[in-house]
Ligand binder design. Sequence first.
Ligand SMILES: Nc1ncnc2c1ncn2[C@@H]1O[C@H](COP(=O)(O)OP(=O)(O)OP(=O)(O)O)[C@@H](O)[C@H]1O
Ligand SMILES: [Mg+2]
Length: 359
Amino acid sequence: MVTESEVRKALGQVQDPEHGQSIIALGMVRDLEIQGGKVTFTLALTNLACPFKDRMVNGAREAIQSLEGVKSIDIYLAEMTAKEKAALTREDAPKSVAEKLNDVKHVIAIMSGKGGVGKSLVTGLLATSMRRMGHKVGILDADITGPSIPKMFFKDGARPEASPMALLPPKTRTGISIMSINLLLESEDQAVIWRGPLISNTIKQFWTEVLWGDLDYLLVDLPPGTSDASLTVLQSLPMSGVVLVTSPQNLAGMVVRKAANMVRDIGIPILGLLENMSYFVCPDTGAHHEIFGKSNPEDMASELGMPFLGCLPIDPLITSLCDRGEVESYPGDLFEPFAGRIVELAPAASSPKMQKHSS
Ligand SMILES: Nc1ncnc2c1ncn2[C@@H]1O[C@H](COP(=O)(O)OP(=O)(O)OP(=O)(O)O)[C@@H](O)[C@H]1O
Ligand SMILES: [Mg+2]
């Protein structure tokens, strides 16, 4: 018959990736009972939303089931008390534990030269579509002074949870991880009046101190233009590529060239150009109206030497769903082709160096 010490020894091989120690050493295994080959215990996590929960549970199962005499395994999950969590935080803990643990395969920034062309909306719809395709997705809202991502996804607000080592980003209804300054403020209307360096540091911390876990795509919603904040993102995050958003206006065309030049100067691939608000489909007649005038984004993309991803219409349903925090309910058929294209282009753009991020 299997004994308690054999089970403890086997569980001693299972690591908590967040703390880099075994679940036995960290005191996470509680109420261990063995009755006639049936093993039962509670795994006390630092946080029930821990992104490594499944990894630890599966690891524990695998470790025990090979022991002779084990017939069944029941693992219950619990959360440590605040005191227990605090005890786990060592004085000398390295600052960027999250950075070492996160495994983010592709980081894609959504950028435009001009404000209000629909970057945040494209970020939200892209994340929604990628999630529907089955990818693990996160959004880092790098617009510190004008954050608009949380409002698009969370009807009733949300808060990141703090584990002893890092911030856990809240998840949306369909499971997209989100980090934004607005999730940390007491009220969403509170203004952030910070100078460039503080803004840049906050963006860096959203990368280094947030436990994103394993992600296929982390989308970064940039503020408008080629400001400090955009530069910080492009230079300090391991970018796979940038999606440029424009709208049908000469001015937008000129500034998109500026943005493209900046991205190229830094040496980051541009995945493609997307034109938003290109036309409106009249619900009565089905006729297409080019409200902001004619444009030629395809030519602009080829002149700039980048793929053309397509045109998005003006759709009042998008605006109302965004305002209600329900962007994930937007029907997929319109945006999924763009998302599919970006998914195809991103792996090719990522160099192996950019795919690491696990320790
Ligand atoms: N195709 C569209 N159809 C309908 N409404 C849209 C569309 N694109 C954007 N909008 C709306 O236009 C407004 C501006 O869009 P959004 O906030 O995404 O732009 P932005 O480029 O991120 O702006 P900023 O530069 O201020 O960050 C939002 O209210 C959004 O819901
Ligand atoms: Mg925006």
